[in-house]
Design a binder for this molecule. Structure first.
Ligand code: AMP
Length: 310
């Protein structure tokens, strides 16, 4: 099944305890598309970049089978730029700069060739823009997944609530879930967010895994793989989302049971992302590496003997 991805395509400058980068290619949609490309061959991008964006970076996405007809290039403007610095625990970071540039007036265009997409990933972007993409589709997709962040809660909360009301799944981290709901306990936070629209809520807890809250009160937990070295967490959340929706699109099954499998795939993809800077580790993964990684996830919680209290 075809997947439509909207989100930022950006330049990022990153600082972690292990080093620093100048401007490298990043952006929520970049990570989502790369991760999803390992599951489905039909990934269609809607985004915008400036004249400073390098043709080889667009070619890199195309090499992964990503359709870029919906990627606008504003030759006289600059690409979105984000810069962040991670603390020693690698779980928290400070945003040093968010320069919207081309994103400030982004008016997304959904090409006709994307109209039949059944799966829609609303990657991190102004919530009003996310909603306009959904509205510009002739038929509502079978599943709409949305990501967002504190930045948009602070400057566009009303738009965010309108968009939330239209989506099926929200994927946020624990801090964002607390900020959006005003609840500290994540179970309560998830229930409050479900009441705002999305029947399914994913709350990511960084190195502590991810929780999936289903429409009937179901809760599933997937741990994160304990890694010896975490190099750069940038894009881990987007990569998770790309693996999650890519798997759902590939299997065309949106049941809660399949979403449980999808968060294992999303977590496996995210575990690769953090092993190197930026998108480096995501560009040349093999099927064998992915299969081995998923097997390690299953082994983490597998019990040879059933549990018994007797
Ligand atoms: P993550 O680490 O999963 O939260 O995603 C990091 C990516 O999100 C970076 O590549 C940034 O370019 C992108 N990003 C950061 N802030 C924003 C924003 N306000 N809107 C859209 N994308 C953003």
């Amino acid at each position: 099944m075809s997947l439509l991805v909207v989100g930022s395509v950006a330049f990022d400058a990153l600082e972690t305890p292990f080093g620093k980068t100048d401007k490298i290619v990043g952006g929520a949609a970049t990570y989502i598309c790369l991760a999803a490309s390992y599951f489905t061959k039909s990934v269609n991008l809607v985004s915008v970049v400036g004249g400073d964006f390098l043709p080889q970076d667009i070619a890199m996405l195309q090499r992964h089978g990503v359709q870029t007809e919906g990627l606008q290039i504003k030759v006289d403007e600059k690409s979105f730029f984000w810069s962040g610095r991670y603390h020693n625990d690698m779980n928290s970071r400070d945003t040093l700069a968010t320069e919207l540039n081309v994103l400030a007036n982004f008016d997304p265009v959904v090409p006709d060739s994307y109209q039949d997409c059944q799966y829609l990933m609303l990657g991190n972007l102004a919530p009003g823009v996310q909603l306009s993409v959904l509205e510009r589709l002739t038929n509502r997709p079978k599943l709409v997944v949305m990501d967002t962040m504190n930045f948009w809660m602070e400057i566009a909360l009303e738009d965010l609530k309108k968009t939330l009301a239209q989506v099926d799944v929200l994927s946020v981290n624990d801090e964002e879930a607390r900020q959006l709901s005003g609840e500290y306990a994540l179970v309560k936070a998830a229930r409050k967010i479900q009441a705002m629209g999305p029947k399914t809520v994913i709350i990511k807890k960084g190195e502590h895994g991810a929780l999936l809250f289903g429409p009937e009160g179901e809760i599933y937990f997937c741990p994160a793989l304990p890694l010896e070295d975490v190099f750069d967490p940038t894009g881990a959340g987007d990569t998770f989302a790309g693996g999650f929706i890519g798997y759902l699109a590939a299997t065309n099954d949106t049941s809660f049971g399949n979403m449980k499998r999808a968060i294992v795939y999303g977590s496996a993809m995210a575990s690769f992302c953090v092993e190197r800077f930026g998108t480096e580790r995501l560009v040349d993964l093999t099927e064998k590496e992915l299969a081995e990684r998923v097997a390690r996830f299953l082994a983490l919680t597998y019990l040879e003997q059933p549990l018994s209290v007797a």
